[in-house]
Design a protein around this ligand. Structure first.
Ligand SMILES: *Cc1c(COP(=O)(O)O)cnc(C)c1O
Length: 394
């Protein structure tokens, strides 16, 4: 099918819920993608932080091929080895205690919310179900995680939303303290607000939130759906903040391109969800866990993680080095980078960059967001930088 034929049939048969770019992608290699007309792009999106090992990682493909021949799926009523291996790696690498597998970021956050509410119910009974989240956060698209998301624009149309969320300002401990009351059971946050604009939380604020959680027996829930799996230069971002969360959610990068999510719990709450309290048909299925094991084998390597930090610094330095007054700031950690621009100029800048063969994302109202495959090469980065420099310095 040509692009125009595809577009016509997409409009006919697929719900129009995404503001898609005028690009139909066909195949990929490394951090490069080709569209159906053969045009090549350097990819600085990795499918929104998903394809962390690029588009043709042999180890991932081999692991999935072998597992597909052996066993694709059985129900969670049976034990399977790939799932155990993923859980063991996550726990031994982080000091967390136990894992529950899901299929997406929103679903992982739903699981954390259930975990926190049941933890509190078991200990204190009913009436302590409120969860404090931050303004400008993003936690997902289900009816509950939309409400957990601290942005008014997400609290529309789908009433009634799940009750029991209160919001506080990021980097403002007084605001968090004001939102916490006798009904609160947990505080949930991203350490770098991703969709909100690539906004890293202040380490002092994060430590103060942790202390507040310990003082009031609130669970500290960290949403690492975007920041996890090596994205920020450590396996999880919380490891760089030096905190001990009670639960951590993940998804995006964990499967390297196949759908998987998970929550891991610390020993403070690792037995809260028992038989019959939480489940999902596809969670931890062997085919997908084979991919996740291949991803983790690479991403837990300290040299690989150090290379993510180095590449992130390289990109940030080069972008600042453009000396363009259109670049209002560059922030982020590892290969999660936000370029602040004038909100009114952003759409035109993104279009020019994409037309010139580099795929980028946006975040917040005025940020161009870069989430390249963690395996991107320096040649690929240099090619993308040359394109961006031309656009920014025109
Ligand atoms: C993407 C994202 C989600 C939602 O993940 P889905 O897999 O789309 O449900 C939740 N939290 C954060 C921080 C995210 O970046």
């Amino acid at each position: 099918m040509t692009y125009h034929e595809m577009k016509e049939q997409e409009n006919r048969y697929v719900m129009n819920t995404y503001g898609r770019f005028d690009i139909a992608l066909d195949h990929g290699r490394g951090a490069q993608l080709w569209d159906v007309e053969g045009k090549r792009y350097i990819d600085l999106t990795s499918g929104i932080g998903v394809c962390c090992l690029g588009y043709d990682n042999d180890k991932m493909i081999d692991a999935m091929t072998q597992q597909a021949h052996k066993l694709i799926h059985v129900s969670n009523l049976f034990t399977t080895e790939p799932m155990i291996q993923v859980a063991k790696t996550l726990c031994t690498q982080t000091g967390m205690s136990k894992v529950f597998f899901s299929n997406s970021g929103a679903e992982s956050n739903e699981g954390m919310i259930k975990l926190a509410r049941k933890y509190s119910f078991d200990k204190y009974g009913e009436g302590r179900a409120q969860i404090v989240t931050l303004y400008n956060s993003f936690h997902g698209r289900t009816v509950t995680t939309l409400k957990a998301t601290g942005q008014e624009k997400f609290h529309q149309y789908f009433f009634p939303f799940t009750e029991g969320f209160a919001y506080a300002n990021a980097n403002d401990i007084a605001s968090v303290k004001a939102a916490v009351n006798e009904h609160t059971c947990a505080i949930m946050m991203e350490l770098i607000q991703g969709e909100g604009g690539v906004l890293p939380l202040d380490p002092d604020f994060v430590r103060q939130v942790e202390a507040l959680c310990r003082e009031k027996d609130l669970l500290l829930l960290i949403d690492e759906v975007q920041t996890g799996i090596g994205r920020t230069g450590s396996l999880f971002c919380f490891q760089q903040y030096g905190i001990k969360p009670d639960a951590v959610s993940m998804a995006k990068g964990l499967g390297g391109g196949v759908p998987i999510g998970a929550i891991m719990a610390a020993d403070t709450c690792d037995t809260v969800l028992g038989p019959g309290t939480h489940a999902t048909t596809f969670g931890g299925t062997p085919l997908i866990c084979a991919a996740a094991n291949a991803v983790l084998a690479e991403v837990t390597n300290p040299e690989f993680l150090a290379s993510v930090t180095q590449k992130g610094e390289y990109l940030k330095e080069k972008i600042l080095g453009f000396g363009s007054d259109k670049v209002k700031g560059v922030r982020g950690m590892g290969l999660m980078i936000g370029i602040a621009v004038d909100a009114k100029e952003r759409a035109a800048l993104v279009k020019e960059i994409m037309d010139a063969g580099v795929l980028v994302l946006t975040a917040g109202t005025n940020v161009i967001r870069l989430l390249p495959p963690l395996s991107i090469s320096y040649e690929e980065m240099d090619e993308a930088l040359a394109v961006m420099q031309k656009v920014f310095c025109k």
